[in-house]
Design a protein around this ligand. Structure first.
Ligand code: PLP
Length: 410
């Protein structure tokens, strides 16, 4: 196919004139292709899918019922702009109930169409060419991509077993600190499953003050916290003076496709975010905002989601430990992040987690997600489809029987 006349016009941020011609295949696309291939080659061998990073259940019935009745009301039909008061008030009640954090719903809360969009917009609030965003690696890359779109740079802070999956703030070089304007954190962390501590957040506040950096803490997985009650960054003294926290209804409430979240914290930052957002979208459908408010008012929903994924993680740890994986139940999220095997006794050796993941899916129809950014790790998600606990147990038994056929070496 010959190039369209506008091939030369693509912006450098997406590859310039080379856009669409790259041959690199991204990790998740490779996994999708491997899944399709193995399903075609071994149709009788069911796929054990620990690769999916999305809740397996629908939103709660009561939430769907609110949606069903709100969808028919004429007053919900229009642009929602920066959101309805009812949703912001529900957020304030939720933050108070769960975290003892008091927020002014009118000025310290703004909804977003899923937390991904908030992470995409926040760099517009702060980043000019040459500015730096501090981010963890591995991590959720969206804020970094947009930082680069604005001509900024990303400084990566590795999360490793050695630093207990908390970034070493002291090791950020002085030259980087001078240019840094934004630090994006994510706890409970995806993919490592690490939860933050109050002590760590206190150090983050201190770092932010000393280096004049704004903190954006991505709390998308916060309601999936297993070591004690969930912790909000805003619970820590001083946090509200240095940043915002971004929340999501996706994970804790089984509302991934509903696209609903919020940004809360420092009033001026929330306002700046709302100004950028106002120039990007016209707000989430009001019926969804009302259904999300109902979800926030029911403490039972995230509690049930948390119990389910905690139970599944415990079962998975019991199985994988028996085959040499060095793993324990994570502090949060629905991901188990375990050092990748180095090979198979009498079989292939793996020079990366990607190679190990490729072997497991192609030879045994066990799908995982490899991470090679800071050490070689496999991510197992417990969001597989299983109707009840008996189905979960069957899936674990099948996992065991597949792994028994190989002797993984670590
Ligand atoms: C760490 C993290 N942050 C944010 C998101 C985005 O979530 P949503 O846009 O559904 O709120 C995800 C989704 O996978 C995530 O893993």
């Amino acid at each position: 196919m010959s190039d369209p006349y506008f091939q030369q016009l693509f912006a450098r941020r997406i590859g310039g004139a080379g856009y669409g011609k790259g041959t690199e295949i991204y990790k998740f696309e490779k996994i999708k292709r491997a899944k399709r291939k193995v399903l075609a080659e071994y149709p009788a061998r069911p796929l054990i899918d620990f690769g999916i990073g999305e809740n397996d259940e629908m939103a709660p019935r009561a939430v769907r019922q609110v949606m069903a009745s709100e969808i028919g009301l004429p007053e919900n039909r229009g642009y929602a702009d920066n959101g309805i008061a009812g949703f912001k008030e529900a957020v304030a009640r939720f933050m108070d109930r769960e975290f003892d954090v008091t927020l002014d719903p009118a000025t310290e809360v703004n909804h977003c169409i899923g937390s991904k969009t908030a992470l995409a917009m926040l760099p517009a609030v702060l980043i000019d060419p040459g500015d730096v965003t501090l981010m963890t690696i591995p991590g959720y890359p969206v804020a970094g991509t947009h930082t680069k779109y604005y001509g900024g740079e990303v400084y990566q802070m590795p999360l490793t077993a050695e630093n207990d999956f908390l970034p070493e703030l002291d090791s950020v070089p002085a030259e980087v600190r001078r240019r840094a304007k934004l630090m994006v954190l994510n706890y409970p962390n995806s993919p490592t499953g690490k939860v933050a501590t109050r002590d760590f957040y206190a150090r983050v506040v201190e770092f932010a003050r000393q280096n004049q950096v704004v903190v954006a803490q991505d709390a998308a997985h916060v309601m999936l916290s297993y070591e004690g009650p969930p912790l909000s960054f805003l619970q820590v003294p001083g946090a509200r003076e240095v940043g915002v926290e971004i929340h999501s209804l996706s994970k804790g409430w089984n509302m991934i496709g509903w696209r609903m979240g919020w940004v809360c914290g420092h009033e001026r930052l929330v306002q700046a975010f709302a100004d950028v957002k106002d120039n990007c979208d016209s707000g989430q459908f009001i019926a969804i905002q009302k259904a999300a408010a109902a979800a926030l008012d029911d403490p039972d929903v995230p509690r049930r989601t948390r119990q389910k994924y905690h139970r599944r993680l415990k079962k998975l740890v019991a199985v994988l430990s028996g085959f040499g994986f060095d793993c324990r139940v994570p502090g949060g999220s629905y991901f188990l992040y375990a050092p990748s095997p180095k090979g198979v006794a009498g079989g292939p050796s793996f020079d990366s987690a990607e190679a190990a993941a490729h072997y497991l899916i192609s030879e045994h129809s066990v799908c995982t997600v490899p991470w090679d950014d800071a050490g070689a790790y496999l991510r197992f998600s417990v969001t597989y489809e299983a109707a009840d606990e008996a189905a979960e147990d069957d899936l674990m038994a099948e996992t065991e029987s597949r792994l028994k056929k190989i002797q993984l070496a670590f």
